[in-house]
Design a protein around this ligand. Structure first.
Ligand code: ATP
Length: 308
């Protein structure tokens, strides 16, 4: 029996590893809604992340020959900074995240995407993806305990680490109200979580994963003010010290970004801080004015930045 223990243990580990990557992929496919279709090069190296600086260098990309999804897009996400992508539907925001996660490779002549100077086509997908944490709009949770759902971010995470991540993700206070606390089942057979709660579970999971780079796809649905505040705080904790690229739909996210890139028809048409873009009185300024009047949103970002 003792002889069996080692292999069985190994099998358990493999099962977990495979299962984990399946879930991560499932989660991403849901976010990015795309199949993976790239292969590692024969001489692919392991991505070495020191600063986590991201660079898009003159990136052009088409899904098919008829339309261009991105055209000559260049920008940098410096070490530890946050860049928010805004633009109308079809402008190319998701394509930028998909390309960074390498669901597609850029064609010859389509520019380069670099992380700390390394072309992401030259590194293994495994090393690339382990350096990137994704918080999708709608996270997939298992029909199992909340602790398991959070602990998924890190193999062998201790209960203390799980609790710490939940606290940082503003979810601990909610979890302790559940009938069995961290052992409460979530999903179909357990406690139902709201969209905002699921997102905070995903944030806790990503905190445990501890990646240097983040891709965030903010939920479009309206959230009540206190949920919104909790999520902002959780995201702030997560973004601390990491480079992040987020698709922004709500004013609050836009306000806290270091740089906002405004996309239109696959091109960056404006970029700068919130205040700079408002002063420019162009595409972003009209989107901003429109969002305030149509959503009836409290202009949280405006208050923080001293704009109307
Ligand atoms: P949204 O806010 O609606 O998510 P987006 O700014 O994220 O929009 P993308 O999804 O990046 O926009 O789309 C950019 C362009 O690429 C659009 O013209 C879109 O129709 C096209 N596109 C996106 N995905 C595919 C695909 N799988 N096949 C063909 N064209 C696609």
């Amino acid at each position: 029996l003792a002889q069996l223990y080692g292999p069985l243990n190994q099998l358990g580990f493999m099962y977990r590893t495979i299962n984990q990557s399946l879930v991560d992929t499932e989660k991403l496919l849901q976010l990015l809604n795309e199949p993976t279709e790239v292969n590692d090069r024969d001489n692919a190296t392991t991505l070495v992340v020191e600063d986590g600086e991201i660079e898009f260098d003159n990136v052009s990309f088409s899904y098919d020959k008829r339309t261009t999804a991105l055209h000559g897009v260049s920008f940098k996400v410096p070490k530890g900074s946050s860049v928010a992508l805004v633009g109308e539907s079809g402008a190319g925001k998701s394509t930028i995240l998909r390309l960074l996660y390498r669901f597609y490779d850029l064609p010859e002549g389509g520019g380069r995407i670099l992380i700390d100077g390394q072309d992401i086509r030259d590194v293994t997908q495994k090393s690339l993806r382990s350096a990137i944490g994704v918080v999708p709009q709608d996270s997939v949770l298992f029909n199992t305990s909340i602790a398991y759902n959070i602990g998924y971010g890190k193999f062998g995470a201790s209960p203390e680490e799980i609790e710490e991540a939940a606290k940082s993700a503003q979810m601990h206070e909610r979890i302790v109200t559940f009938p069995d606390g961290y052992n409460t089942k979530v999903g179909e057979r357990g406690v139902r979580l709201s969209g905002g709660e699921k997102q905070r579970v995903a944030i806790a999971r990503t905190l445990l994963k501890n990646p240097p780079i983040l891709l965030l796809d903010e939920a479009t649905s309206a959230l009540d003010t206190s949920t919104e505040k909790d999520i902002q705080k959780a995201l702030q904790n997560l973004q601390q010290g990491r480079s992040s690229l987020s698709i922004a739909h709500r004013l609050s996210t836009i306000a806290s970004a270091d740089v906002i890139l405004v996309l239109k028809d696959g091109q960056i048409v404006e970029q700068g801080s919130h205040a700079e873009l408002l002063a420019l009185d162009g595409v972003f300024a009209s989107m901003w004015a429109n969002q305030i009047t149509t959503s009836g949103d409290e202009p949280l970002a405006g208050k923080a930045l001293d704009v109307p």
